[in-house]
Design a protein around this ligand. Structure first.
Ligand code: ATP
Length: 218
């Protein structure tokens, strides 16, 4: 029997809106690591935090349009369907229960998120539930904030994609994904200024933003 399992990754985000800076690195990651599925996991933003400009329904609609013709991706709405803040660690624990102890699970983040990971709820437990796949992002340094965090990173690093398939969790893979200088903030700002966002996100998403009149006013 093979000691490899299909590698499945979750990719959480606010997706206000989803853009090529999410989609292209995830596609490249799939090539680099043999990922079979990337499940997009839109966040529920709790009421006391700054709210996305798009509603939850609009953010989900945009994700659906962005992935409709790409079988690599699917969508998990469990965080959106809760009224309470959902922590990544709890979502991962629920998935781990559903999928069993041996299935490799990964969570995708950009380099900016890696640098602030130590602010996440129970961040040190994340690697007991999943691998972390980190996409490069222009403008963010590659060293961690403190020597202690750097040591934590170095301890868990792997450069071997097959390790991700052979173990259920516990490794960090810094992937050489294409550098894509796009953020949702920039797309919203361009829209506020009445500028085009063409080339930054799929045309179907851009058309939806037009139709819904999103990101027009501050
Ligand atoms: P905002 O500008 O509103 O903060 P964002 O563009 O950073 O949004 P999010 O939905 O907050 O998008 O990001 C979700 C995840 O995608 C995070 O882990 C983030 O690091 C990653 N990500 C977003 N944009 C990029 C990009 N251009 N390259 C690599 N990773 C990215």
């Amino acid at each position: 029997m093979s000691d490899r399992y299909a590698l499945h990754a979750l990719f959480g985000g606010t997706f206000d809106p989803i853009h090529y800076g999410h989609l292209k690195p995830a596609e490249a990651l799939a090539q680099l690591t043999g990922l079979e599925k990337v499940t997009l996991l839109p966040n529920n933003v709790p009421p006391h935090r700054p709210q996305p400009e798009a509603t939850s329904e609009q953010r989900v609609a945009m994700v659906k349009l962005a992935i409709s013709d790409n079988p690599l991706f699917d969508l998990d709405l469990r965080e959106m369907q809760r009224d309470t803040p959902s922590y990544t660690i709890d979502t991962l624990a629920a998935l781990r229960r559903e999928r069993g102890d041996r299935q490799p699970l990964a969570f995708i983040i950009g380099q900016d998120s890696l640098l602030t990971l130590h602010k996440w709820h129970r961040w040190q437990d994340l690697l007991s539930l999943c691998h972390l796949l980190v996409c490069q992002r222009p403008g963010y340094r590659s060293e961690m904030e403190t020597p202690e965090l750097q040591r934590w990173l170095d301890r868990h690093l792997t450069t071997q994609p097959q390790v991700l398939q052979q173990s259920p969790a516990g490794n960090i893979f810094l992937a050489e994904t294409p550098l894509i200088d796009i953020s949702a903030t920039e797309i919203r700002a361009r829209r506020h200024r009445g500028e085009s966002d063409v080339d930054l996100l799929p045309p179907a998403v851009s058309d939806y933003i037009d139709r819904e009149g999103l990101y027009r006013n501050l």
